[in-house]
Design a protein around this ligand. Structure first.
Ligand code: SF4
Length: 438
């Protein structure tokens, strides 16, 4: 390899994004610099997601392009990381056969192969910090635009094994990271100018339960929120079964801990929830959201729904629509079911909802959401909100979010990224707001 330039391509969830930032941080602390075009890089890092077929298809099309680049430039180093690689060494062999132009395979949240690769070439890199080989911060210089908000993984993997989900097979079983390590990383992030930290876990509420003697999520949040210089803390993703009264109380009372919950429900019919093995009924979900809202009336609630799960009838889907009307979330991420290799549903449940019907359900759910959010956000007009400025648009508008995670564009502000400002809402759409700085 002659060039110490790299290009990062990443898709997927916030956990994947955090992994990509760790890899980029490792490369940059080892002397690499980022380039925006893959064709100009000496090392290509592709961070993959296989949680849906659509994401997997994107990877294959990117790999076709990368194969052409490698043909033109055989010195190019190609590193494939993330959920396509998974944790099973037998899978690596299959991938090696299928993509012989890939030089390095990095399992999710594991940079050991990249570190080893650098070492073999005499390039020094900072050592691992824990059992999972995550590199230390700081965040890469090239990503200063994102450095106001940083994702910090606290629980890796998942042991819940919902029948449709490939994550336990790709990211392994649940492992909480030591709180001392997390707090040290959080301190470094704050010293670097990060103003908001989002703690990540597939079931983040379970933080510490697998580590005897460890603190749990509410206490971890309290300690991180107390770091001087940090404006905001959030956590995601929650599972309805694991949100505790102590966690809700912490969100209600700890300054800086944002009133925002991401709690996927996935379906509104109990038969579908049971087939998904989610571990709760629709009424449990409704009761939980009522409890959250009773304690924190202004909490932002976001959820996920899968449409077209095997066996989901039109009536089951109507139950999902009805549940969403009753629960009235502030955002729904809607996904069409696609069978994922190795999962129980892919092996045992026929994918029996036709694609056109899945699309009809997705569109219907989205239309209901759009209509509801249009009405729900309208009363925000004229209200004053607090915004953490994250970026400055080309037009000079500031962009940031409210504590309950609504995206806002702010006119008339000279604030810098990282500033907390107050602004009055002048336009309220279903998915974003416009405000005038005060
Ligand atoms: S809780 Fe279920 S959906 Fe979430 S990561 Fe674990 S297995 Fe997947």
């Amino acid at each position: 390899m002659t060039s110490t330039t790299y290009n990062l391509w990443t898709i997927g969830c916030q956990m994947n994004e955090a992994d990509a930032l760790c890899a980029a941080a490792l490369l940059e602390s080892s002397g690499f610099r980022p380039v925006p075009r893959a064709g100009d890089a000496g090392l290509l890092l592709l961070n993959t997601c296989v949680v849906r077929q659509q994401a997997e298809d994107k990877i294959y099309s990117r790999l076709t392009y990368v194969a052409e680049l490698k043909q033109k430039n055989p010195a190019l180093v190609v590193a494939l990381m993330g959920c396509l690689v998974g944790k099973n060494p037998r899978e690596f062999e299959k991938l090696r056969e299928r993509f012989p132009f890939v030089d390095l395979f990095l399992p999710p949240s594991d940079l050991a192969p990249l570190r080893e690769f650098l070492r073999a070439r005499g390039i020094a890199s900072p050592g691992p910090t824990g059992a999972d080989d995550l590199p230390p911060p700081p965040l890469p210089d090239s990503m200063t635009g994102r450095a106001i908000v940083a994702h910090l993984p606290v629980v890796l993997g998942c042991s819940h094994a919902c029948t449709y989900c490939v994550i336990p097979y790709r990211r392994g079983g649940e492992r909480s990271r030591p709180s001392a390590e997390i707090l040290a990383e959080a301190e470094k992030l704050v010293a670097r100018g990060v103003r908001e930290i989002i703690l990540l876990g597939q079931i983040v509420d379970r933080y510490g339960l697998d580590r005897p003697g460890e603190i749990h999520l509410p206490e971890l949040l309290r300690r991180i929120a107390a770091l001087p210089g940090l404006a905001r803390v959030r956590f995601l993703t929650s599972h309805p079964r694991w949100i505790t009264a102590d966690l809700i109380a912490a969100v209600a009372s700890v300054p800086g801990l944002c009133p925002y919950f991401e709690i996927p429900v996935q379906a509104g019919a109990d038969a579908v929830l049971a087939a998904m093995r989610r571990g709760y009924a629709a009424a449990d979900y409704e009761a939980l959201i009522a409890k959250v809202r009773a304690a924190i009336p202004h909490a932002g609630i976001s959820t996920d729904v899968i449409v077209g799960f095997p066996g989901e009838t039109a009536a089951h889907f109507d139950d999902s629509l009805a549940l969403m009307r009753r629960v009235d979330p502030d955002m729904i991420r809607i996904a069409k079911y696609s069978p994922r290799p190795l999962t129980y549903s892919a092996r045992h449940l026929p994918d029996d909802v036709p694609e056109a019907e899945k699309e009809r359900r997705r569109v219907a759910m989205e239309a209901q959401l759009r209509a509801r959010l249009t009405d729900k956000n309208a009363p925000l007009l004229g209200q004053t909100v607090e915004i953490l400025v994250e970026t400055i648009e080309k037009t000079g508008r500031r962009h940031g979010r409210t504590p309950d995670y609504k995206p806002v564009f702010v006119d008339g502000s000279a604030a810098a990224p990282g500033d907390l400002i107050r602004a009055r809402i002048t336009w309220a759409g279903p998915f974003s707001l416009i405000a005038e700085a005060l």
